[in-house]
Design a binder for this molecule. Structure first.
Ligand code: ARG
Length: 466
């Protein structure tokens, strides 16, 4: 296989070989080779007898791989060379004809594009599952008040349903990003040859149809050197993993003894080896910790591609490890997020009590003054003064007398009844009537939109299968 007399330095082989990583591309490689053999015969480049011998040989190779008895050899550089070697051992010299009008350069990127599309399909299904669970949990907790936070300080109350649906919309945008990455992986590189095209009238349209590609890559140089579909995939995966890390972080926080907003199911918790009372949210913590690893794959492979001269360079061999680990990591965390979200039990009373902190109504009090004619900035100052007085004297806002209110603002002194009404808990949430807000009517509207969104394709195509 080599024009050199010297055997390769084993240290070079260790660096150069990619078999340990790319062996999982064998199903794509076999599918591609079958389509390629059929196309060559259809174009008269191979005889039908040669095609049939190749297809039978590929079947035999597949059986060995499937049953994990494929005889890998120490000098197999990658899965593509290993399969071709074995095919030739099984089928005889005709095995050598399979590589007609094909280079490893268009072969590897075609396999990886097929693989990436398959993993995107699995990720899309997993995303839909998690989103379905989020909608169900939101419906179940439609009117459970909880504090909404900014700076992790109690800010304004919201319904738990509204908070859960926030994750739904993050994941919907992830679906859109994965759909984009899928389209970017949908241009067939095969047929580009080493870089310049091949010396045969091949039928790339036929290959594209057989292998499930939407179109044929129109430039052979771009086809063998481009990997931006990998970056699109890794980008979508990195953002999605980041979203899951935020969900994981909130589950850790909310299940802590300090919050006690929820309890994670036993199936998703670990005990401590030394402290019998502990119930550790390990899975939720790992949602946090796995995300930067996916981001790392994006950054690392972006670095590989940066300033890389055209066309194929061995640098590009690194693409696969990043895709494989990103996909494995993301799918494992998506499954865990789904399991935990489905099983977590929320504590209605704890959440309600935390949301009943009167200070949380400060914005609503300011809005009352606005409705009574005061500019918002001024109202903000008045309410800040009330909060200071109440905190200094260890009293609640609703304790303050009309005279005390009047000392801060005559307008407020004259409207103590309205003031008290604003401080009555239920008004805080139901006053958020704007589109996308937390009032029940708006959350119901949002739930309906979420259900429609789930029924349509990732990018909102209403004709897509349900
Ligand atoms: N294992 C290599 C890769 O993954 C195969 C391509 C090698 N092509 C070449 N011209 N050396 O990229």
């Amino acid at each position: 296989m080599s024009r050199f007399h010297e055997p390769q330095d084993p240290r070079f082989q260790r660096l150069n070989a990619s078999l340990g990583v790319d062996r999982r591309l064998w199903p794509q490689d076999l599918a591609q080779s079958r389509a390629h053999a059929r196309m060559l015969a259809a174009r008269g480049i191979l005889t039908e007898a040669d095609r049939d011998a190749l297809l039978a040989g590929l079947d035999a190779v597949e059986l060995e791989l499937r049953e994990e008895r494929f005889p890998f050899e120490a000098h197999d550089e990658d899965i593509h060379m290993a399969i071709e070697r074995r095919l030739t051992e099984i089928a005889g010299p005709v095995g050598g004809r399979l590589h007609t009008a094909r280079s490893r350069n268009d072969q590897v990127v075609t396999d990886l594009a097929m693989y990436t599309r398959e993993r995107i399909g699995a990720t899309q299904a997993a995303l839909r599952e998690l989103m379905t669970v989020l909608v169900a949990r939101a419906e179940e907790h439609l009117d459970w008040p909880m504090p909404g936070y900014t700076h992790l300080q109690r800010a304004q109350p919201v319904y738990l349903s509204h908070h859960l649906l926030a994750y739904f919309w993050m994941l919907q945008r992830d679906r859109e990003r994965f759909a984009f990455a899928e389209r970017q992986s949908g241009r067939l590189p095969l047929g580009a040859g080493a870089l310049a095209g091949v010396n045969f009238h091949t039928d790339r349209e036929l290959l594209a149809r057989e292998l499930g590609f939407q179109e044929v890559a129109p430039n052979s140089i771009d086809a063998v050197s481009g990997r931006d579909f990998v970056l699109d995939y890794l980008g979508a995966a990195a953002i999605c993993a980041m979203h899951l890390s935020r969900l994981g972080a909130e589950l850790v926080l909310w299940s802590s003894s300090e919050f006690r907003f929820c309890e994670l199911p036993g199936e998703w918790s670990s005990g401590s080896s030394i402290m019998p009372q502990k119930k550790n949210p390990d899975a939720a913590e790992l949602l946090r910790a796995k995300a930067p690893r996916v981001v790392g794959h994006l950054a690392a492979f972006h670095g590989v591609m940066h300033a890389l001269p055209l066309t194929y360079n061995k640098d590009l061999q690194e693409d696969k490890e990043h895709v494989f680990d990103a996909a494995d990591t993301l799918e494992a965390t998506l499954a865990a997020a789904t399991g935990m979200t489905a099983g977590v039990r929320f504590d209605r009373e704890r959440m309600r009590a935390a949301a009943a902190d009167e200070l949380i109504a400060a914005t609503d009090l300011a809005d009352l003054l606005v409705r009574l004619g005061m500019p918002f900035r001024e109202a903000h100052g008045v309410v800040a003064g009330l909060v200071r007085t109440a905190l200094e004297q260890g009293r609640s806002l609703s304790d303050l007398s009309a005279a005390e209110l009047a000392a801060h603002s005559s307008l407020l002194g004259a409207h103590r009844a309205d003031y008290q009404r604003v401080l009555a808990h239920d008004s805080w949430l139901e006053s958020k009537v704007s589109y996308g807000g937390t009032s029940l009517a708006r959350v119901r509207e949002q739930l309906a939109l979420a259900r429609t969104t789930l029924r349509s394709s990732p990018e909102g195509d209403a004709h897509a299968p349900a």
